[in-house]
Design a protein around this ligand. Structure first.
Ligand code: TXA
Ligand code: MG
Length: 344
């Protein structure tokens, strides 16, 4: 398939919108990561997204809208909490899981009776949704399993020849995917951490917001000796199907080094030299202490750059943060490394 490379001009976005309306696939920029969009209400179009990504078809997608009033097309009921989060965080990197209307195809939601919705904070994305005049289902625009794309060139590397068009926009401002919060229970529950934290949501709602157990489970990996064998991803019983897959993995072997900062630095140096002496190519990801926003912005791009340089091994310094933006980046780092973590 010949993939059209489009710009963010109104006339190019109009072309992209007509592709969506006709059931085609368009990759587009958002503030978090690039999305691979299809008409969310067209089951066949949505099915072709799964095929282009090579993703297991039980993994539900996020539906993107451009106006809060479009919520009415997707869900039968808006609680006061949902309205408060819309007012505080949309457009922005927050996805809400809500009850779905029957009009939303099972293909889009992976057969669940809920739908995940967000309004992206990106002019190109909002124009695309508005001109297509339909909600757009969009997972991240990467081949399933590889790092999420935060730059147009990353999308082209994965998707050229597999989809109808790619809108080339700016690099993504946030760099990790949206926070996903389940609004269907008594206590709002974060299923995927992002730059909007539980604390941010609590401040807006004036009530408790939890992280899902499975996320905290993954946090426990810090406390475990890797030899315990407890770092077994199959032990997860996640609510959000996206949690259980090995994700974002670079081609290189990847290990996270966790511990006190000076020790982490010297362990990374030690392992790097050891491996380089034996002819291996080693890449290092070590962010400034507490520079979590920057880490979020750079993490996926670094993984892709290191793969492009052909490194054999990536050594990454763990970020120490239990509930904020650093925790959200660690969630991705752990999945990228297949929960391969060494304590020093
Ligand atoms: O920032 C983002 O959210 C990006 C951009 C493109 O908007 N999109 C994205 O989509 O990350 P994706 O498909 O890669 O991740 C969707 C996540 C998965 O973890 C999935 O399991 C969860 O949202 N999800 C979707 N619908 C759900 C539902 N009804 N209930 C629970 N989790 C759901
Ligand atoms: Mg993804």
């Amino acid at each position: 398939m010949k993939t059209k490379i489009l710009s963010t001009t109104k006339s190019d976005i109009a072309k992209a919108a007509s592709i969506i309306r006709e059931g085609g696939l368009v990759a587009f920029p958002t503030e978090t990561v690039y999305g691979l969009g299809a008409d969310a209400l067209n089951a066949d179009a949505v099915a072709s997204v799964y095929a282009a990504k090579g993703r297991p078809s039980d993994n539900p997608m996020i539906v993107h809208i451009a106006r809060a009033s479009d919520m009415g097309r997707l869900t039968p009921m808006l609680s006061a909490d949902i309205v408060a989060l819309i007012e505080n965080f949309w457009p922005g990197p927050l996805t809400m899981v809500v009850k779905k209307k029957p009009e939303v195809p099972d293909r889009t939601t992976g057969g669940l009776d809920t739908v995940a919705v967000r309004m992206p904070d990106s002019r190109a994305a909002l124009d695309l949704i508005t001109m297509a005049d339909t909600p757009i289902a969009a997972p991240s625009a990467n081949i399933s399993g590889s790092p999420s794309p935060t730059r147009a060139k990353d999308v082209i590397a994965d998707m050229d020849g597999r989809i109808d068009a790619i809108i080339e926009g700016e690099d993504c401002r946030v760099g990790i995917e949206s926070t996903v919060v389940d609004m269907t229970g008594d206590v709002p529950t974060i299923l995927r951490p992002g730059i909007i934290t539980a604390e941010n949501l609590e401040a807006a709602l004036g009530k408790e917001v939890k992280y899902d157990e499975a996320l905290l489970e993954s946090g426990k990996f810090f406390a475990l000796d890797p030899e315990d064998g407890a770092a077994d991803i199959d032990d997860f019983k996640p609510k959000s199907p996206g949690m259980k897959y090995k994700h974002y993995a670079p081609k290189a072997q990847m290990t996270i080094i966790e511990g006190q900062r000076d020790k982490v630095k010297s362990e990374i140096e030690r392992v790097k030299m050891l491996n380089e002496r034996l002819g291996l190519k080693v890449g290092v990801i070590l962010f400034e202490e507490k520079a979590f926003i920057e880490a979020a912005h750079d993490f996926f791009a670094r993984l892709r750059d290191l793969d492009n340089e052909g490194v054999d091994l990536i050594l990454a310094g763990a970020l120490s943060d239990t509930d904020g933006v650093g925790f959200a980046v660690m969630n991705r780092m752990l999945k990228s490394a297949g929960y391969n973590i060494a304590k020093v």
